[in-house]
Write a protein that binds this ligand. Structure first.
Ligand SMILES: *Cc1c(COP(=O)(O)O)cnc(C)c1O
Length: 352
């Protein structure tokens, strides 16, 4: 079904004769995606990184401003901040679901702080309510990096609808295009025009930005894949949740810690992680039986070479550091059967 629709879409765009037709085709995805995310509108771009960077730019974040980012995330969540000359300020995470710890946010706020990038890491929604409260109190913008959480909900509402939502639609994510793509979701009416200036810069905008910004629209071929795949996203997410439930139920080895979500959040489990004291051993044991697990992410951002210039040291973010040492992501491919997952659990349960 999906494959046929993709081919049909490609046939359709091959016949297009004007850029307007391409734009309209991409708009079709934008409308569907906004609706899916409980948002008024969305803007399709060429990657998750572009989405985040554009969000920062159009929110007026400038050189020297500070932006709060969790210390444990995919590096792109923070690199976008330094890319525009602003300063990423790290915040520790919660050991239960690995999202930004609202209790660690306030002590990191200064008069230069302009925004918080909350990352719904591994598909787990952040604690939105306390984060929004802090944003209101200090007049900060909320940017959600929802690149791993398409369809995840907090209090029944989709992530990406609480602040400015930034999504990667890279082929490796829960909702993936043919190669690279991304989207921004938002609720304010005038944002579209403002954002478009950055996505399709004209001579005036480039000058105003003074940074030779390059265009970053999504190309129509990505929409050919994304439109049909969006229709089955809920079904794919449901299966991920079933897999997670099996791991929850069948991993009984007390040496592993399993994810614990807050009761308002429903995850889409881009990854199902466990914490293991002897990660190397678990990784190798699984591999010896043909099971590939992933270490995401080996280093918290404050200890990477990329952010060395910020001058952090070990023990600055204890939870992020412990997690980076112990986290192991188990397979959640949709092709795996219940029996496959239960087998992985029984291997894990035998590890002493
Ligand atoms: C993948 C990802 C990004 C970057 O998205 P690209 O489409 O690869 O540019 C940013 N943040 C998170 C959390 C991601 O997982």
């Amino acid at each position: 079904m999906v494959k046929e629709e993709i081919l049909q879409n490609i046939n359709t765009i091959l016949k297009f004769k004007s850029t307007k037709e391409y734009d309209e085709f991409v708009s079709k995805f934008e409308k569907l995606f906004a609706k899916y995310c409980d948002c008024k509108d969305s803007l399709a771009v060429n990657s998750g990184t572009s989405a985040l960077q554009l969000a920062l730019l159009f929110l007026g974040i400038k050189e020297g401003n500070e932006v709060l980012v969790p210390a444990y995330t995919y590096a792109a969540s923070a690199i976008v901040v330094s890319n525009i000359g602003a300063i990423p300020v790290f915040v520790d995470i919660k050991p239960t679901d690995l999202t930004i710890d609202p209790k660690d946010i306030e002590s990191k706020i200064t008069n230069k702080t302009k925004a918080i990038i909350a990352v719904h890491i591994h598909g787990n929604p952040c604690d939105i309510d306390p984060i929004l409260e802090i944003c209101k109190k200090y007049k900060l913008n909320l940017i959600e990096d929802a690149s791993q959480a398409h369809g995840a909900t907090y209090k029944g509402k989709k992530v990406g609808s609480f602040g400015v939502g930034c999504f990667s639609l890279h082929m490796s994510k829960n909702l993936g295009a043919f190669s690279s793509a991304g989207a921004i979701t938002f609720n304010a009416d005038q944002l579209r025009e403002k954002l478009l200036k950055y996505v399709q810069p004209d001579n005036d905008t480039v000058e105003a930005l003074n940074s030779g910004r390059t265009p970053c629209e999504m190309d129509a071929i990505q929409a050919c894949f994304l439109i049909p795949k969006l229709k089955i996203l809920d079904k794919m997410n449901d299966r991920k949740r079933e897999i997670a439930k099996l791991y929850d139920e069948f991993i009984t080895n007390p040496s592993f810690e399993k994810p614990v979500l807050n009761d308002k959040s429903i995850s889409v489990y881009r990854d199902y992680f466990i914490m293991c004291k002897d990660r190397e051993k678990v990784f190798k044991t699984l591999l010896s039986q043909g099971i590939g697990s992933k270490i995401r992410y080996k280093k918290p951002l404050h200890l990477t070479n990329t952010f060395k210039y910020l001058g952090h040291k070990e023990s600055d973010f204890p939870v992020a550091e412990k997690v980076a040492k112990e986290v192991l992501c188990l397979p959640t491919h949709l092709g795996l059967s219940d029996e496959d997952i239960i087998k992985i659990c029984s291997i894990l349960n035998k590890i002493t």
